[in-house]
Design a binder for this molecule. Structure first.
Ligand code: GLU
Length: 510
């Protein structure tokens, strides 16, 4: 690749960023890093009607959470600033006019009512109305009106738009790095609006092409929903005479619903209980949506899962750090067909990352939950408890239920376990075990296990009965890790205290 790789993520701030959008950003980022290039964040906010306050901040925070770093763009700056299209307003009119002058575009003065009437007429005749070569010369446009009339209308402030003059019956040949060679006949395309005098703003198509050109973008990696716009974009590059530096395109496959057909939507998430957005979102009108972050997912797990939704490494490897993704990523391993999202797989990834966390990392994440449950403990013990139980947890929030007995003595005993073990000889045996434990100096897991094991054997007691009774005393339930993990964690004093408590307070079942 001789040209400097410069890619951009160019979201419109119309609401919270969908996980499909995060994936687009991620693939751009991986591609940029893989090729030593630059990742640019451009905010495409020229559609003032769809602008949602807070969406831009949400996008930026989402990328940050995922570890997708921006080299140039909104919030960072750079040689092509500003990177927010609403702040680049003056740039676009000049380019729209350039296209009109070169005969690639024209002014159109028709009103919404006029267009509506034509649409209805076409419908009545069983056709769909298209604003294209068949009508543009019949409507009030700079193609049908005399030059003076056009100038007079503009001068007196009539509302106009600039439309692209889509050629008639021409084959546009395009190359997509994922889809290969694509051909489209221009007669199937309409004359898209490029610029509107009403709000002095360009539409997406014009602003996008102009900015990609000015920002020296080398590769456009974006969602498949933009593939139908590709012929127009090719023709715009041609119309401007920018083919030599035209970026290469890659259109990413859709994210599909977990079951059935179609694109993954917020509704699927609500129905099946998984988030489709990276972060929790509150709309300006107070509607909320779940986010992976607040639902307890690790950013690394979320990113890993997203990376594999549409790309495969060509091996069996599933767990990738960001650096490994950067090393491995290539567009030719992005699939053409849609990628089905599996909520269980997202959980699986989270669990994998949970199992790999060190006690120190776990302590930091677990401490707030311990505090919320009234437990004040050291990071060492918080991490140790979490470390013992992490293999059974998917989310950090699972840890409290899995480890609470390490920090709080049982106040009640699980009925089922009590009925099963707090009877017969077991309470008396527990009293005997208490004395064995009381005599141990080195309360480490291994030493306690060796001494208690030898004692059980010597006495010929049933290992299961003894251990389960001890578990009832220390944990209060049938759950938990190996018993010696518990004794070592609690220490001698606490173990004896809990045993004494149950011996004094819980009446054996007759
Ligand atoms: N603003 C467009 C979007 O929101 C960008 C499409 C593109 O990358 O060209 O998806």
């Amino acid at each position: 690749m001789s040209r400097e790789v410069r890619v951009r993520f160019a979201p419109s701030p119309t609401g919270p960023l969908h996980m499909g959008g995060v994936r687009t950003a991620l693939y751009n980022y991986l591609f940029a890093r893989r090729h030593g290039g630059k990742m640019i964040l451009r905010i495409e906010d020229t559609d003032s009607q769809r602008f949602v306050p807070g969406a831009e901040e949400y996008i930026i925070e989402s990328l940050k959470w995922c570890g997708i770093e921006i080299d140039e763009g909104v919030g960072v700056g750079g040689p092509h600033a500003p990177y927010r299209q609403s702040e680049r307003k003056e740039i676009y009119l000049k380019f729209a006019k350039q296209l009109v002058e070169a005969g690639w575009a024209y002014y159109a003065f028709d009103t919404a009512e006029e267009l509506d009437a034509l649409r209805k007429e076409a419908e009545a005749a069983g056709q769909t109305f298209a604003y294209n070569y068949t009508v543009r010369e019949k409507l009030p446009t700079s193609l049908s009106l005399p030059k003076e009339e056009v100038e007079a209308r503009i001068a007196r402030g009539d509302i106009w738009v600039v439309r692209f003059k889509m050629p008639e019956n021409e084959i546009v040949e395009m190359d997509d790095l994922i889809r290969g060679h694509v051909k489209v006949n221009t007669s199937t395309l309409d004359d898209k609006v490029l610029y509107k005098s009403a709000d002095e703003l360009p539409t997406y198509h014009l602003a996008n092409i102009v900015d990609d050109h000015l920002m020296e973008i080398s590769h456009v990696i974006r969602g498949e929903e933009w593939l139908p716009s590709l012929p127009l974009h090719y023709l715009l590059y041609r119309a401007f005479g920018w083919q030599d530096t035209q970026p290469q395109f890659a259109h990413l496959p859709l994210l599909l619903k977990p079951t059935g057909g179609g694109k993954l939507s917020k509704r699927d998430g609500d129905k099946m209980g998984f988030p489709v957005f990276p972060l929790f979102w509150t709309s300006p009108t107070g509607e909320t949506a779940h986010g992976y972050r607040e639902d307890g997912y690790f950013a690394e797990a979320f990113v890993n899962m997203l990376a594999l939704l549409g790309w495969n490494p060509g091996t069996e490897q599933e767990l990738f750090s960001m650096q490994e993704l950067i090393n491995e990523f290539s567009l030719d391993r992005v699939s053409k067909s849609g990628a089905r999202f599996q909520p269980d797989k997202a959980k699986w990834f989270n669990a994998q990352y949970m199992h790999r966390k060190t006690n120190e990392e776990l302590a930091e994440l677990f401490q707030p939950i311990l505090k919320a449950n009234g437990v004040e403990t050291s990071d060492e013990l918080a991490g140790k408890a979490a470390g013992i139980m992490k293999e059974r947890a998917t989310f950090i929030t699972d840890l409290w239920d899995l480890t609470s007995y390490f920090f709080v003595a049982p106040a009640q005993y699980e009925e089922k376990q009590m009925k099963k073990y707090w009877k017969g000889e077991n309470p008396a045996r527990l009293a005997e075990l208490r004395e064995v434990l009381a005599a141990i100096d080195d309360f480490s897991l291994e030493n306690t296990e060796a001494i208690v094991g030898a004692w059980i054997q010597e006495k010929g007691y049933g290992m299961g009965q003894i251990m389960n009774t001890l578990r009832l005393a220390l944990v209060g339930a049938g759950k938990g890790p190996g018993m010696y993990d518990v004794t070592a964690f609690l220490g001698k004093e606490e173990c004896l205290k809990r045993i004494d408590y149950i011996l004094t307070n819980l009446k054996p079942i007759e």
